[in-house]
Design a protein around this ligand. Structure first.
Ligand code: PMP
Length: 585
């Protein structure tokens, strides 16, 4: 299987070509191919590092093929699968051409791979209940898409249906208040430990408002955020970090002038702490997704604690974006789990109970900048001058408020007697302890299976948020096919990658998820979508007796797992990228 990147990688590693030539070849590759090349060189270097150690063990491991590795037998399988898939979801397929002329949807191109594009479409749902979604073809799926993180009680929990039906019956007047708006804010304040609560229409807006408050409070301009995070659609927080650490506008239509006000630092890195400390006089706020949903394995608790100390010391507002982790990993979200209290937190998803929302919470010091703070009717108090612009026709939409009230009440009720739900110790039968425990058990079982079968896959999780990760490979055809097969085995996921368990998932559902993952992977192995690579691995000196895991069937050499943690891999990757980019220097 000799692809262009393999050839280039070999030439570079064996130093058969001059640096100049290597750069030329590298520059000629597409961005994806560049990434593949770097991944290949990195894994060869890692293997080479292992070889330098004394106790070598010959072994092999599985690697997924990607679209450039397709052979006739793979193409034949894909063709058959596409036919089966067409029979499986004909009405959903039929619904696409009807939909997609008038209906513009960027998501349909997400992770699109030409060779399997016949199967690349969203199915059309008919209904959803509990842990299940049903499509218009009569298929029923266990839904682990979690509605992109919104869903924690399963579909249509009775308490929510009741609240929403009653709200609809009352009509949807927008100008005044809903009866429960104050109580909903109070519950959110109690659960999160922050004084004041503001509703917005979306998560994006919550982040816009929080950063605006930070700028208004400090009279400074720059917002620090971290590589790998996502904070919604606003130009205000969308920038990429280049090799030299500059912020670049994230795409067409986004102005560099906005990106110039954003500083993108490396997440979890000591240098980033130093940067914040040394540039605090220009930093209006630090915005953090404490556990980035796209890099769940990275949970830099000590970094966050230190960041909190520095931001307090230098009077820089710290904002946590807990859009996904908020009310997901515990009533206090990641801030509760890590024991780090920021100045403001942005939420969305779960508090909306299935309806669009965003929420900003924070101390009065910051939140008063929205409405001038509290004042009394019966004395001569007045709001302090209002400085921060805020609006939103639907920010306090009564349907949303009814859903938020019902959801927050349910969380309050189901965590009331649990001391550990909020600190993630998983010791009781409260809502989060139970849900998080159940997810851990599922993830551990699947991760053991991957390890035992020598599959280069792992599932990262944080509470009931989890994500499949193909180690050492960017999204390729094998990974894409796994998700198609999962669907055909009755499991609905989300193309964007984040998966979630809800309280509606039973142990039986989880067993079915596990079985479907195993079945899908067995098919892919059988059809040749994973290939065995011979490597030399070392028994790590830190391995304790009994740590070694059994090998995949079919191999004869004894196998140990090389202990390389993700931060090391990430660092190596970054070094390689910057090395290749600066090859000619
Ligand atoms: N921040 C984070 C961490 C998110 O994951 C998202 C969306 N998933 C947002 C902000 C934006 O939220 P919304 O899509 O509601 O605008």
């Amino acid at each position: 299987m000799q692809t262009l990147e393999n050839e280039i990688a070999e030439k570079i590693l064996s130093k058969k070509i001059e640096k100049k030539e290597a750069i030329k070849l590298f520059d000629g590759l597409s961005e994806t191919d560049k990434l593949q090349l770097i991944t290949k060189i990195k894994s060869k270097l890692l293997d080479a590092t292992s070889l330098t150690k004394s106790s070598r063990i010959s072994a092999s491991r599985l690697k997924p093929i990607d679209q450039r590795d397709l052979e006739d037998r793979h193409r034949a399988y894909i063709k058959e699968l596409a036919k089966e898939y067409q029979k499986f979801v004909p009405k959903s397929r039929e619904n696409i051409p009807k939909n997609h002329f008038h209906f513009v949807d960027q998501r349909r191109n997400f992770h699109l791979i030409k060779e399997i594009k016949k199967m690349h479409f969203q199915i059309t749902y008919e209904k959803a209940e509990g842990a299940y979604v049903h499509d218009i073809d009569g298929n029923k799926y266990i839904d682990i898409s979690g509605d992109m993180g919104v869903n924690i009680f399963g579909h249509k929990p009775p308490f929510l249906v009741k609240a929403l039906k009653e709200a609809i019956d009352r009509g949807i007047p927008l100008a005044g208040y809903s009866e429960t708006i104050n109580e909903t804010s109070k519950i959110i304040s109690e659960l999160t430990g922050h004084d004041r609560v503001l509703f917005t229409q979306s998560g994006t807006e919550a982040v816009v408002v929080a950063t605006r408050i930070a700028r208004a409070a400090t009279n400074k301009k720059k917002i620090v955020l971290f590589d790998g995070a996502y904070h919604g659609l606003s130009d205000n927080v969308m920038a990429m970090r280049d090799m030299q650490g500059n912020s670049l506008a994230a795409g067409p239509g986004m102005l560099q002038e906005f990106a110039d006000q954003i500083i993108v630092l490396k997440y979890g890195d000591k240098e980033s702490l130093d940067f914040v400390e040394n540039h605090s006089d220009e930093i209006a706020g630090v915005l953090v997704e404490p556990v980035q949903s796209r890099h769940i394995y990275n949970k830099p608790i000590e970094f966050l604690k230190e960041l909190r100390n520095i931001t307090i010391e230098h009077n820089v507002p710290l904002i946590f974006d807990e859009m996904i982790t908020g009310f997901r990993v515990g009533p206090q979200g990641a801030q509760g789990v890590f024991g780090v209290l920021p100045d403001m937190v942005t939420y969305g998803k779960i508090p909306g109970g299935g309806l669009p929302t965003g929420v900003v919470v924070g101390s009065s010091e910051y939140m008063d900048l929205i409405d001038g703070g509290t004042w009394e009717f019966d004395d001569d108090s007045m709001p302090k001058s209002k400085r921060v612009g805020m609006g939103g026709t639907h920010s306090q939409n009564p349907l949303k408020v009814a859903a938020a009230y019902a959801t927050m009440n349910e969380i309050k009720k189901r965590t009331a007697n649990c001391q550990s739900c909020s600190v993630f110790s998983n010791q009781c039968e409260g809502l989060y302890c139970k849900l998080n425990n159940r997810t851990t058990r599922m993830v551990e079982e699947l991760n053991s299976y991957f390890l035992e079968n020598n599959l280069p896959i792992t599932i990262d999780h944080f509470g009931s948020l989890f994500r499949f990760r193909y180690i050492d490979s960017y999204w390729g055809i094998t990974e894409a096919l796994m998700f198609i097969l999962l669907r055909m085995h009755g499991i609905e996921t989300n193309i964007q990658g984040n998966c979630f368990l809800t309280t509606a998932h039973t142990d039986t559902d989880i067993k079915k998820v596990i079985a479907a993952v195993k079945k899908s992977l067995k098919i892919l192995i059988k059809e040749g979508f994973f290939y065995e690579v011979k490597i030399e691995e070392i028994a790590s000196v830190t391995d304790k007796p009994g740590d070694a895991k059994p090998i995949a069937t079919g191999t004869t050499a004894s196998k140990h797992v090389t202990n390389i943690d993700n931060s090391q891999i990430q660092k190596l990757k970054e070094h390689l990228i910057s090395d290749l980019k600066r090859f000619d220097q």
